[in-house]
Ligand binder design. Structure first.
Ligand code: FAD
Length: 391
């Protein structure tokens, strides 16, 4: 019987040899290093810190970023393929990477001074310093740009930060978190590198998640936390810089949906070839084939869309609405695909050991973060009608 392969149109054959080579390296890494331990860490609600050392030899950040914090010519396609291959096995691994190498790295690269980049970027490229990105607040998710309550106040050669940040990935073990705060005097949004261990900076791990359990998300509380002016991101130009960082990473979240769905599809095909009922492999039943073909159509259209989106991003053709449509489309198709895959597994589909349950759960987080379905829909709706439905 043929081996399951979610790349039905051979899209991986259309990218450069280097891109394909990196994708295959990540595939091998995921199967060798992550697959054997991921269920144990899912159950423990914990990120395997040893994965950072195991990932280092792949030198993945340097496939995307130059030493000076500028992006490689094909950075978004490369990031997309890395994300795709990681998510086929484990979305949490891709989220760890996306937060560090995407959100945190981009914040320093776009908002940092030459000195700040020289201090942090080499260590980040080597995975010797891990970053987190603190934007969302308990009372400010979708509306965080208007409703940001975390404040900063200048006091001599330092700033005093107060407030809370919720859902902050990697923050329980990161070396620093980029904290976005509103200036009490000017109302401008500013970014800060807040180092682990700074007095007044406290991180509580969020417990009891039902998705992405291998990612550690923190609730950060800043209580009169003093940060030297030298650790204020010197080149931040208000919310514009925060939005630029998010724009750089949104394509990556669309790719998470592709990888999560493709991984679930491949598991479902394999299961349909093995599982027997009524004296036949269940893959011989027409209704099961219907599920698989529907899933494959979803995966193929998502993959095609994201390749084009990334090409557009790398050639300065991507607008916010292109990234928003891709995120809306892939997150919704992913949800549909993982549900069908779980169905093919019957009751076994809810057992962690069979793999598909983790994809099913993780699809829910993809659906809601980095711009919910509704918010990204409104971004596209505004672009196509010229009319804004935002309040
Ligand atoms: P809300 O904004 O409260 O939305 C609730 C519902 O209302 C949604 O359905 C939403 O679409 C809808 N809604 C809101 N406004 C409108 C409107 N105007 N019109 C129509 N519908 C509307 N943030 C970080 O800063 N750093 C991280 O590392 C990070 N990691 C995350 C990891 C996970 C696992 C999760 C779940 C979240 C993470 N986030 C992170 C936060 C994430 O970006 C937010 O959850 C997301 O922006 C949505 O905000 P919210 O959850 O507060 O939902």
């Amino acid at each position: 019987l043929p081996a399951p392969d979610g790349d039905f149109f051979g899209l991986l054959d259309t990218v450069t040899d280097e891109q394909r080579g990196v994708a295959l390296q990540v595939r091998e890494f995921m199967h060798a290093e992550v697959a054997p331990i991921m269920n144990e860490y899912w159950n423990r609600d914990e990120f395997p810190r040893q994965m950072i050392d195991a990932m280092r030899p792949l030198d993945l950040l340097r496939k995307v970023w130059n030493e000076d914090g500028t992006r490689k010519a094909d950075a978004t396609v490369m990031e997309g393929l890395i994300t795709l291959e990681a998510c086929k096995v484990d979305v949490s691994t891709a989220v760890f990477f996306g937060v560090h190498a995407g959100l945190a790295f981009a914040s320093v690269a776009l908002g940092g001074s030459a000195e700040q980049k020289a201090e942090w970027l080499p260590k980040m490229l080597d995975l010797k310093a891990i970053g987190a990105f603190g934007l969302t607040e308990p009372e400010g998710g979708s509306q965080v740009s208007q409703g940001m309550r975390t404040t900063c106040r200048r006091d001599g050669d330092a700033w005093v930060l107060s407030g809370q940040k919720k859902w902050i990935g990697n923050s329980t073990f990161s070396d620093f978190t980029v904290i976005w705060a509103r200036d009490e005097d000017s109302n401008e949004v500013r970014g800060f590198i807040v180092r682990a261990g700074t007095p007044g900076y406290n991180v509580d791990k969020i417990q009891g998640k039902t998705a992405l359990r291998i990612v550690e998300n923190g609730l950060i509380t800043l209580t009169d936390c003093r940060v030297p002016d030298a650790d204020r991101l010197q080149e931040v130009k208000g919310w514009r810089t925060t939005a630029d960082v998010l724009r750089l990473t949104r394509a990556g979240v669309a790719w998470q949906g592709v990888g999560c769905a493709m991984g679930a599809y491949e598991l479902a095909v394999k299961y349909s070839q093995d599982r027997r009922q009524f004296g036949k492999r269940i893959g011989e039943f027409q209704l099961i084939q219907n599920h698989l073909v529907h899933m494959l159509g979803n995966v193929t259209s998502m993959f095609t869309m994201c390749l084009r989106l990334s090409y557009m991003a790398d050639h300065d053709l991507m607008q916010d609405e292109h990234a928003a449509l891709s995120k809306v489309f892939t997150a919704a198709r992913c949800r549909e695909t993982v549900a069908a895959a779980r169905e093919v597994f019957g009751g076994n589909g809810i057992l962690l050991e069979n793999g598909v349950a983790k994809h099913f759960a993780d699809a829910e987080a993809i659906y809601s973060y980095e711009g919910t379905n509704e918010i990204n829909t409104l971004v596209v709706g505004r672009a196509v009608t010229g009319l804004s439905a935002f309040v």
